[in-house]
Design a protein around this ligand. Structure first.
Ligand SMILES: CC(C)(COP(=O)(O)OP(=O)(O)OC[C@H]1O[C@@H](n2cnc3c(N)ncnc32)[C@H](O)[C@@H]1OP(=O)(O)O)[C@@H](O)C(=O)NCCC(=O)NCCS
Length: 155
């Protein structure tokens, strides 16, 4: 199903501000509860080493993504999540496109990410946006799920 043309109305991707912390912690707590014992705190720790984008609709935050650009190799998209009520409207795709664009601008050779093997909705989305499955890593997550590593070459 394609996002309807009105779905992008009022949608904007912008850099993270310190006032977004409570939003990120709460959304991560809901979105990543099945992967981590302390998903909110774990995601906040990623903000210290990564660079975060916020998706907002009509001035209200509705999603975020975090990419770690450290090192010479691929950039790592370490988290992406969208408010439950806003899913399926193109917010995740807009965040992903912004992450791909800034990784390319910074000269990263590729953008890599990890998601649970069973997260079929997310894996489908990433594959439709140019990612290929690289490998699977058993017992990667704190709760024992297998991870699926995906990569989008930017060269
Ligand atoms: C994965 C996730 C970020 C996608 O965000 P999203 O805003 O729903 O994504 P989009 O709307 O841009 O695209 C989702 C695709 O699924 C389709 N879709 C239809 N109904 C949907 C629904 N109820 N929910 C999600 N996607 C739906 C969309 O049409 C779109 O298809 P397309 O590729 O043909 O355009 C979001 O589902 C999420 O926050 N999940 C929980 C956290 C997570 O698993 N993160 C990924 C691992 S870090």
């Amino acid at each position: 199903m394609r996002a309807p043309p009105t779905a992008h109305r009022g949608l904007r991707i912008r850099p993270y501000r310190s006032t977004d912390q409570a939003f990120v912690e709460q959304l991560a707590g809901e979105a990543f509860a099945e992967f981590s014992q302390r998903p909110g705190a774990h995601t906040l720790s990623m903000l210290r080493t990564g660079s975060t984008l916020i998706a907002e609709r009509d001035g209200r935050p509705v999603g975020f993504s975090v990419t770690d650009f450290r090192g010479e190799g691929p950039a790592h998209l370490v988290a992406i999540a969208v408010d439950y009520q806003e899913r399926g409207l193109g917010v995740g795709s807009a965040l992903l496109a912004a992450e791909q664009a800034r990784a390319r601008r910074r000269g990263s050779p590729a953008l890599e990410l990890c998601t649970a093997d069973g997260n079929l909705e997310a894996i489908d989305l990433f594959r439709r946006r140019g990612f290929k499955i690289l490998r699977r890593v058993p017992h990667y997550y704190a709760r024992g799920q297998t991870a699926c590593v995906l990569r989008h070459d930017l060269g």
